[in-house]
Design a protein around this ligand. Sequence first.
Ligand code: CA
Ligand code: CA
Length: 585
Amino acid sequence: MKKHIQRACEAGLKSLAVAGIAVILPAGSAVAGKVTDDDIINDASTPGDVVSYGLGPQGQRYSSLKTINAGNVSKLVPAFSYSFGGEKQRGQEAQPLVHDGKIFVTASYSRIYAIDSKTGEEIWQYDHRLPEGILPCCDVVNRGAALYDDLVIFGTLDAQIVALNQDTGEVVWKEKIDNFKDGYSFTAAPLIVKGKVITGVSGGEFGVIGRVEARDALTGKLVWIRPTVEGHMGTLNGKDNGISGTTNATWPGDLWKTGGAATWAGGTYDPEVDLIFYGTGNPAPWNSHLRPGDNLYSTSTVAIDPDTGKIKWHYQFTPNDAWDYDGVNETVAFNAGGKKLAGHADRNGFFYVLDRTNGKLENAFPFVNQIDWAKGIDLKTGRPIETGVRPGDPSTSTDGKKGEQIFVAPSFLGGKNWMPMAYSQDTGLFYVPANEWGMDLWNEPVTYKKGAAYLGAGFTIKPLNKDYIGALRAFDPKTGKKVWEYKNPAPLWGGVLATAGNLVFTGTPEGYLKAFDAKTGKELWKFQTGSGVVGNPITWMEDGEQYIAVPSGWGGAVPLWGGDVASAVKYLNQGGSLWVFKLGS
Ligand code: CA
Ligand code: CA
């Protein structure tokens, strides 16, 4: 094992030299040994490894590597494929990590693997023992792990967080986030900030209380909790640390006690402003007539002080959400025009550019073709200009059981769902995996019951166009101009990667990993992986060779909740594997 690590260390250093990138290696860090805070902050500029979700905590998903480029990507061939095994497969939505000659990748049903990054041989596998009765709303997915020190840390469907030794896969610590029987689960990749592991919760469809938590990454000991529903008390080192917002200011009665705003898609961190950006889901229940008010901090980005767990600013995308437009989508730091900005492509169909120092809205524009619920975003107030397309109130309907049904786009699966976009530092463009679909939607009466679905709504998702649903689109965040688009028959559900090789990679449910010209959108390469690609591609350099890796395995929310769209893509087969590519000779 020692020899193996030594080899990986040399390989990593060499690959940095080959990439021609000047890297100042902080003591005891860089491409070998224990993963430090500096390694994570500098992840984007050290292409010899990938030690964070998002290829850097800012979440740009941009690599400076260009050994593989638009001129030679057609020669990309498989280096190896690794099977996750098991008779139960389902959606593979993970982003792999690479460090010290090992690939760490999570899979459906709360499994994680360490694989030799050169040969594809398994080093260890850990299957988390899941109890009966877990309540994941939207498939049994896992989106990735975090690395810190000699640990690899991931969350589980029964709402636990587990830290394993990177070399052996042995459990070092394990903590319970919350009670899975109450609807809590965990599917996102944890985020590491200043020695703390930052996590959220899934379960907005069960009336859980969304929150962001920080633990000591080495021990699992809780440091702070910040609830994302107004009225709930936060804590710091076991002591009360102020409630979030002002009780009942934006929530009526007792509804805030089961208010949702689940933090299910993970967060980003920008060291320049020293803030954690976390997205929050829908307010619960879906029936908005029961909760007049803005329902803070649902469908928002909250900017949290990593040291205290206090909310420094928030921006709400969909006040009094009536359409399940979770605002969990990633908030990605970028600098332009001398400003510290952040990009966010929301489930509600609008792309937002925020000043990330204070949350002020700088720009907003549609990134899908049809948005029925709002005409636009008022740049002065930062609020949506609503059209009034909301489902009717069931309590005033003739039978008191079903309110007026509406058709609205986007559907609740969103103009964009969880799958992260990429930002290229070369082109200055955001590459957004979008979907064009709408839904029939109506409201019903509902009362809260612990561990039961808490919606008060019915729905059927429908495509808007005959020939495509998915669309990968390149946007200029300054002008809102769509520079190019690639249309895909099935809905896009995988993450995006941009590289300095003038390339953009993403997967399709039809089974392909595809590469596009970053400037023109021309499709340059594709490879059929055998099942739908709904995971996140990464790239790194090792022994002078640039690699691309992506998980394959169709699943996620579309087959479960996609209505007419789910029927149309029923033929797609499940799978579970990791594919790794390099240039052929
Ligand atoms: Ca790196
Ligand atoms: Ca939701």
